[in-house]
Structure formats: C-alpha cells, structure tokens
Write a protein that binds this ligand. Structure first.
Ligand code: MZP
Length: 500
C-alpha cells in the first residue's frame, strides 16, 4: 500500500513570523546576511560564503553572464544556464571571470546601412540609448562610430534614414585604447563631458563602453563577491547527460561552483555525476545537487558527495510539473523535512550541508520564511527575470512593459538539445510567460534585502544562524491571510509601484 504523509503539503504563504524581543542593537545596518554556499565541517567556515542569501536560477531566461556580474556585485551568485552548447556556456563563464568592473560590452549594435527605425526598435527592446555602429553590426567587426539619442530627431527624420547619415563617426569621437584603467576612463569622461567612452582594441574593434552613469557603481563595492584574484564568483548549471564533456569545460573556464540542474534529484543519474566529479577532481570542484523534497532524497545526495542540496519540486512560477505528472510537494513542507534531515546529518557526521530553497518565492517575505525554516539561501527565477539584467526581451504587452520568462521544461528551452536518441518528453513541464518589468536589479534588491533585515530585527536577530535559532513561526488561516493585506478600504493609488 502507498505511504501517506501526515499533514498537508504547505507553502510559504501559510506561515508568518511572530516577532521576538528586539534589543536596541537590532537595526538593519547591523544585520549580516552572510551565508555558506558549500559544505563545511563543524567548527570550520565554508570556503565559499555568499553576502546575501540569494542565487539566480539555472535558466535560459534568467542567468547569463550579464546577470552573473550584476548579482555578484551585490553579494549573490548566478548559476549560468546549462541548456545551451558547452562552448557557449563556457564562454559565458569566461566573460564573468574576465569582466573588469566598469567596462561594459556593447549589446546594442547596428551596421551603417540599418535605419533610424531599426535604432528605435532596438532602443524599445533593450532600453539602451547608446548604440555602437560596426561594419557588420556585430562586435566581431571594426568599430565605426556611435548613435545616441542626441543624434536623431524622430519628428524631423524619416524612419528609413540610414544610420550612416546621422551616426557620429569614430574620427569625431573621444575614445580610449584597450589597456586603459577605469580611473583613466573616468577622467576622460569628466574632462570631455562625455556620457559614454568607447574603448577600442588594437584591431579597431569595440572592446567596451565606459558610461558616465556607472561612475558611482564603479567605485569599490563592499558587497562584491570576489575570488582570491578579485574576479567575480560565478556558478554554472550542468545536466546529467553530457557532464563528462561539460564539467571539464566549465572548470577550465573558471566556474567557481557547479550545480546539477534537474527537477528530480533522487536518482542514479545524480549519483553518477557526483561520483564522476569526486573521482576526477576530489574535493577541489564544488557541486550542488537536487532537487529533492524528502529526507531520503537529501541523505542520498549528501552521502554521494553533494556540496549543497537544492529543495523544491513543482513550486516554480513557470512550473506545471505538479499538474503534468502529479509530482511535487508544497515548498514549505519540503523544506521543513529536508532541513531536519540536514540537521540530523550534521549531528551525526559533523558536516554541515547548506540547503538551497529553490522556486516558489512570490513575496520578499517568503525568502525570510525560507531562512527561518532553515534554508541557507534561496534560488529564484521569476524574481530576477523581471530586471534589466536578465537575458530576455523587454516587450510592451497591453500598455505595460513586460520581460519574457519561460521554464526549462518548455519546448522553447529544450530546443537547444541534441539528445535526439533519448528523445525529449512528449509533454511540457513548464510554461512560456511574461513577468512585469521591474527595472534594475540593484534598486530592487536593495528593497528586498532591507525587508529581510527588518524582519530579522523584529525577531531580535542580527545573523542568519541567530535568526534560525530565534525564529518563531505560526500557521495562518485563509481569513488571517486576507487580514494581512490592505482590506476594507479603497486604494488611492492602484497604479503605483508593483508590490513584491
Ligand atoms: P521561481 O523562482 O520562478 O518561482 O522558480 C524558479 C525555479 O523553477 C528554478 O530554479 C527551477 O528549479 C524551476 N524550474 C525551471 N524551469 C521549470 C519548468 O519548466 C521549473 N518546469 O520548474
């Protein structure tokens, strides 16, 4: 007969924190959200700590090199998506490791025979007002000049006007040569009253722009997550098919940590991947595994050498695994069970394995609830997909800006694959969707982090371990959930900033 779990499968929304005593020291500026990413022994420290308990999801629509850089600047880490060729993924990793703060690779490029109409479309899509003009419209060809908003007047020029007629050519531009330092670039920007300074390599190609608007963020950021050579930390997803080829390429490219990307982690395939890593690299390569939602799944991955374990099946915003296959578990319930298995494992072995709560975060306070339950960090997709830094298009839908967001279990994401022999599943486990565009990661993250810190203060805690020790959680009824939002009033500003 089937086994029946006692109790229902619950989500984060079904819990609230009951505040504890807060001393005068409980101020958000005193809270540290430092948290371990990979396992460590009792009495020791993890070799990799995050400065904020957030990582971005292993998804095409979320984590590329641009997102990785933006998140590492803020103290978190991205896992670059694995649903692409090994070569492309390794190149993304390399771009993060080679990134020099302040030097931005141009992603809005045209050739001189394109038109004003093309520039306007590009601007609407990317939001960029500085466009590079190159011989063939890619960064692989010679840099010829730039177009900015000052170079055209839509009311006076036809949309078929050629870029060559209104671009500012290289000979009229102030530019720097590769090898220049960021502070030299900033001086040139100030001395020449520029908004953007092109940096050109020895063969005449555009290697980067340095922007005036980035000046403040280019100053040293204490939250940056750096390796011993002062390069940003970056993670990379892997799958259980081509790992023998993909892992060496990612390790060679400089990935700091890997993670198996799979909706179901309690499998022989994951054991094979973990065994491969331990046999080939010993403990020098760090790898997370998952996803699991029960104690047995956790044990299995822990005993097979996972450096962290990811929890969550079916809770992602774009996930329909539960509908498609009837497989999954409420995220809060899954986390409660896996955290208790992790704590047991720690008491038995003295090895602490961090838990990542993956998917299903709808409101910022859900992150705090996940941490209170015992997660060490949270992986999010929908949250990050909304920002400028996510890889997807910004599009206008029904008068509002949206960003595209699709699951890894959609045909759209699976199309890259070349495992025809194994065949892709004849049904989808994810949806292709939009999320409301929310602006820059930095601005949104500031608010999220402040909310988490404020909740810590309400509970009298200044660190994650202290919070986990002191947190008191209560279940909420459906009617108390309604009581928790604005109710029985008419809201004045229904068009204000989106709540999260
Ligand atoms: P969310 O933060 O958008 O709610 O969830 C993101 C998580 O959903 C990912 O980290 C991954 O575990 C999961 N995911 C990604 N694609 C699918 C799918 O297509 C999916 N079903 O479930």
């Amino acid at each position: 007969m089937a086994y029946f779990y006692q109790g229902e499968s619950r989500t984060f929304s079904e819990y609230l924190l009951v505040p504890g005593y807060s001393s005068a020291e409980c101020l958000t500026k005193n809270v540290s959200l430092k948290t371990p990413l990979i396992k460590f022994k009792k009495g020791e420290e993890s070799n990799i700590n995050l400065k904020i308990p957030l990582v971005s999801a292993i998804m095409q629509s979320v984590s590329d090199d641009k997102m990785s850089i933006a998140l590492a600047k803020e103290g978190g880490i991205s896992f670059i998506f694995a649903s692409q060729s090994v070569k492309n993924q390794a190149e993304m990793v390399k771009r993060v490791k080679n990134y020099k703060a302040g030097f931005v690779a141009s992603s809005s490029n045209v050739h001189p025979n394109q038109t004003l109409g093309d520039i306007l479309k590009l601007k609407a899509k990317t939001g960029h007002s500085t466009v590079a003009v190159t011989e063939d419209g890619t960064l692989k060809s010679k840099f010829l000049g730039i177009v900015t908003g000052k170079d055209y007047r839509v009311s006076r020029m036809g949309s078929s006007t050629l870029v060559s007629e209104f671009m500012v050519p290289l000979e009229k531009l102030v530019y720097a040569k590769e090898g220049v330092t960021l502070s030299e670039c900033n001086d040139m920007i100030w001395d020449n009253k520029l908004n953007a300074l092109p940096v050109i390599d020895a063969s005449g190609k555009l290697s980067a722009f340095v922007f005036r608007k980035d000046y403040d963020s280019n100053k040293e950021n204490v939250m940056e997550l750096l390796d011993s050579k002062k390069r940003y930390l970056v993670g990379a997803g892997i799958n259980t098919h081509d790992y023998e080829e993909r892992i060496p390429a990612l390790v060679g490219a400089g990935a700091d940590v890997l993670c198996i990307d799979s909706s179901e982690g309690y499998t022989e395939w994951q054991k094979k991947v973990l065994t491969f890593v331990r046999n080939k690299y010993g403990d020098s390569v760090k790898i997370g595994a998952g996803n699991v939602v029960c104690r047995e799944g956790f044990r299995f991955l822990a005993e097979n050498g996972a450096d962290f374990v990811k929890v969550g099946i079916g809770g992602g915003a774009i996930c329909i695994t539960r509908e498609a296959k009837g497989i999954g578990r409420g995220q809060a319930t899954a986390l409660i069970e896996v955290v208790s298995a992790r704590n047991e494992y720690f008491n038995e072995t003295g090895v602490y394995i961090p838990i990542c709560s993956d998917g299903g975060i709808v409101h910022d306070y859900h992150i705090t609830i996940a941490l209170a339950i015992g997660a060490d960090f949270c992986m999010q997709g929908r949250y990050f997909a909304r920002f400028d830094e996510s890889p997807t298009n910004r599009v206008m839908v029904g008068g509002n800006y949206m960003k595209e967001y699709w699951g890894e279990g959609t045909e759209r994401a699976r199309n890259w694959q070349r495992y025809e022999s194994e065949g892709s599943l004849p049904f989808e486990e994810g949806v292709d969707a939009y999320v409301p565009y929310a602006g820059s990661l930095n601005e949104n993250l500031k608010i999220t982090i402040n909310k988490i810190k404020a909740s810590f203060c309400n509970c009298g805690a200044l660190t994650i371990p202290e919070f986990q020790d002191k947190a008191r959680l209560t279940r909420v009824s459906h009617s108390s959930l309604i009581e928790g939002g604005a109710h029985d009033v008419y809201l004045k500003d229904t068009f204000g900033a989106q709540r999260s």
